[in-house]
Every structure is written in structure tokens, then in C-alpha cells.
Design a protein around this ligand. Structure first.
Ligand code: PLP
Length: 379
């Protein structure tokens, strides 16, 4: 029995070997590894691909979030609205700048911020606490965009800043406009498994504000506008030349990879539609880019074991909601996030990557069907 990998870096490297090797040796020969021409070019290319004016390359998606909040002046005494159903870096960036995350539940279909629940949270919040909210940090989870026009309207009314967590959503769009360009700042990760992934850590903040772009360049460089002076409390957080050179090659393939992800996701949906599973939804104006294909089942753990017995690994994004982590214990008591709690028990990510073969996808779908004792469906 042959298994199906959850992700296969080897296939991607094989397809791009010549170009990646050329980029690698170009940087090695140049001897310039920090803040050089590759980073500058990649910042321009990636920002323009998203539709933003500026890109600031940083060391990771986690740093992108922290630096974005610092650039907006969010700090101690402030509160930031976000979700608990996310990777913990979203909330830890808020904590790291000294602010407090206020968690909102998610929509059970898209797994992104539920704006009705947000209204409830605001209604119940004592006025002095509500006044401390300075920003909203929505997460385009799994590659499904949040309803950014609605979030934008609310934020304008309340005077909040918007930072988008786009770590899982390169190329996701709402009404054709790409994520990262709705808020004040958009934060991306280039962690290797991401839709655009490097060969190590990396991240970028995109913005169309020249002032914020300037501030971010200072913040990622220890708060220094030049080698002599320090004017802000910054980090040492730069995308390096090697990563930038490799990511420039991969960016030229990104549109094709996203199309492949969408094709594979629609195959899964076609093959699994009649099962007692909740499949990923794509709302009317959204373009989902399927960083992950996530199904929901009350029998998730049994299904996962059954797949593994067939040589099919799967993953759980995420088994513990952020507000259940020990750091947030003080927040956990009165918090009611029933959808978040349920999703943490029921979500399962099936293998999906652009180079996945239709025969592999068929094998995964057949194994899921076998678990439910449904006969395999022809592809
Ligand atoms: C939603 C989300 N936010 C932030 C991050 C942090 O990105 P990085 O791993 O590049 O620090 C990730 C990475 O997994 C993520 O999935």
C-alpha cells in the first residue's frame, strides 16, 4: 500500500531546481546576505502581486504581526479584537506589544471571524474596556478571506486600525481584491508549507501607506533609520537575501499553484459531498485559496486514525483554541466561544499541495469514504 504525503517539498524542488539553484548561487557569489538587491526586488514584486504599494520583508509571519502592531503604536493598555481559532502567533503578537487580545468567535462554515458575535462582544463590554480597543486583527484562516468590507466599515466607524493576518492566504480575495490590501497593514508568512513558502522562515508586511512603510523599515532594523541612530523600539527582523532570491523564483509560479489548489479542493468536494462531513465553504464574494482543505466531523479522531492506517497522514489546525492556552487563563473563565471550542474538536486537514496527483487525492477520498462505509465514487 502506497501512502500519500501531507506535503512534498521534493516535488517542488525537482520542478524548479535549475532556477532555484541559479538564484542560490547568485546570492552566494554576491556575498551580500542582509538587506540587498534581492530583498528589495522581492518586496516590490510581492507587494505589487498583492496590489499594495510597499512590502517590508521581515524574519517571519510572527514578527510581521508584532511589527505591524508596533508600527501602529499599539501597546500597553490597549486591546485588540481577534479570534481564538487561529495559530497562536496571532494572539502572541498582541501580547508581545503589551496589549490585550479580545477574542471573538468564528463562523462555523468559513472558520473566520463571526461579525455577529463581534457585535455581541461589543454590546456586553463595559464602556471603559471598549474604549481601549485600538485595532482589529482578522485572520484569513485556511485561505478563506474574512468579510473585509464589513470589517472595514465597522473599523472606520469605531476608529480602529486594521491588521490582516494573511499568513495562510496569499492570493485570497474578496470581490477580486486581494487580502492584505484592505487593512492598514497585511502580514504574510513564508514558512515552507505556506502557499508561497521559502526554504526557512520569512515574512512580509504590505501597506499602501508611505509613512507606515518607512516606520516598518526602521522597526525591523533595531529601530534604526541608519547605522548610527536608534529612534524606535524595534526588533532585529529581516528577510535575508537567500530567502528573497528563492521566493522570487517561487512567486512566478504562485498563480498556477493557487489554481491547482482550487482544482484539487473542488475534486475533494465533489468526491466527499454526500458524506456526513462538513466540507469547506466558499462564500459568494470570496476567493478561497485552500492553504488547507479542512473537513469537520464529530468522529474526527477515529477518522484520523483510520486514514493513518491506510498510510494517509492528516493534521489538526488547531486542537487547542488560543484562549485555552495557559497564557490566556485569566481570559478563559467568562469567555464563551462555542464554535471555536467545537471546531477545535472536529477539524481535520486532509493532504493538499499543488503537486498532489489526482490519483493520490482519489486514494485519500476513497479512504474517507471507506471510513463511513460509502463505496468509492468515480473521479
Ligand atoms: C494564521 C497564522 N498567523 C501567523 C503565523 C506565523 O507565521 P510564521 O510561522 O512565519 O512566524 C502562522 C504560521 O503558521 C499562521 O498560520
Amino acid at each position: 500500500m502506497t501512502g500519500v504525503p501531507l506535503f512534498d517539498f521534493g516535488r517542488q524542488y525537482k520542478a524548479l531546481k535549475r532556477e532555484l539553484d541559479t538564484a542560490f548561487f547568485r546570492v552566494m557569489r554576491s556575498g551580500q546576505f542582509i538587506l540587498g538587491p534581492e530583498v528589495e526586488a522581492f518586496e516590490k514584486e510581492f507587494a505589487s502581486w498583492t496590489g499594495a504599494r510597499f512590502g517590508i520583508g521581515v524574519a517571519s509571519g510572527t514578527d510581521a504581526l508584532e511589527l505591524a502592531l508596533r508600527a501602529l503604536g499599539i501597546g500597553p493598555g490597549d486591546a485588540v479584537l481577534t479570534v481564538s481559532f487561529t495559530f497562536l502567533a496571532t494572539a502572541s503578537a498582541i501580547r508581545k506589544v503589551g496589549a490585550k487580545p479580545v477574542f471573538v468567535d468564528v463562523d462555523p462554515r468559513t472558520c473566520t471571524m463571526d461579525l455577529r458575535h463581534l457585535t455581541e462582544v461589543l454590546k456586553r463590554m463595559p464602556a471603559p474596556q471598549a474604549k481601549r480597543i485600538k485595532a482589529i486583527l482578522p485572520v484569513h484562516l485556511y485561505g478563506h478571506p474574512c468579510d473585509m468590507p464589513a470589517i472595514g466599515r465597522l473599523a472606520r466607524k469605531k476608529g480602529w486600525k486594521i491588521v490582516e493576518d494573511c499568513a495562510q492566504a496569499h492570493g485570497a480575495a474578496w470581490n477580486g481584491k486581494r487580502v492584505g490590501t484592505f487593512g492598514d497593514l497585511g502580514c504574510f508568512s513564508f514558512y515552507p508549507t505556506k502557499n508561497l513558502g521559502g526554504c526557512g522562515d520569512g515574512g512580509m508586511v504590505v501597506t499602501s501607506s508611505p509613512a507606515l512603510a518607512r516606520r516598518l523599515k526602521i522597526l525591523r532594523f533595531q529601530g534604526r533609520p541608519d547605522k548610527e541612530r536608534q529612534v524606535l523600539d524595534g526588533l532585529n527582523s529581516r528577510l535575508d537575501e537567500l530567502q528573497a532570491a528563492l521566493l522570487r523564483v517561487k512567486l512566478t509560479r504562485l498563480n498556477g499553484w493557487l489554481a491547482a489548489r482550487r482544482r484539487l479542493a473542488s475534486c475533494y468536494t465533489r468526491l466527499l459531498r454526500d458524506l456526513p462531513l462538513t466540507l469547506p465553504a466558499e462564500t459568494a464574494r470570496a476567493r478561497h485559496v485552500y492553504h488547507l482543505y479542512v473537513v469537520q466531523s464529530p468522529m474526527r479522531d477515529l477518522l484520523r486514525k483510520a486514514l493513518l492506517r491506510q498510510g494517509i497522514p492528516s493534521a489538526i489546525h488547531y486542537p487547542f483554541p488560543v484562549h485555552r492556552q495557559s497564557f490566556y487563563r485569566e481570559n478563559a473563565g467568562p469567555l464563551k466561544l462555542p464554535v471555536t471550542e467545537r471546531l477545535a474538536r472536529q477539524v481535520l486537514s486532509l493532504p493538499l499541495f499543488p503537486e498532489m496527483k489526482p490519483s493520490e487525492l482519489k486514494r485519500v477520498a476513497a479512504a474517507v469514504r471507506a471510513f463511513y462505509r460509502f463505496k468509492p465514487k468515480p473521479l
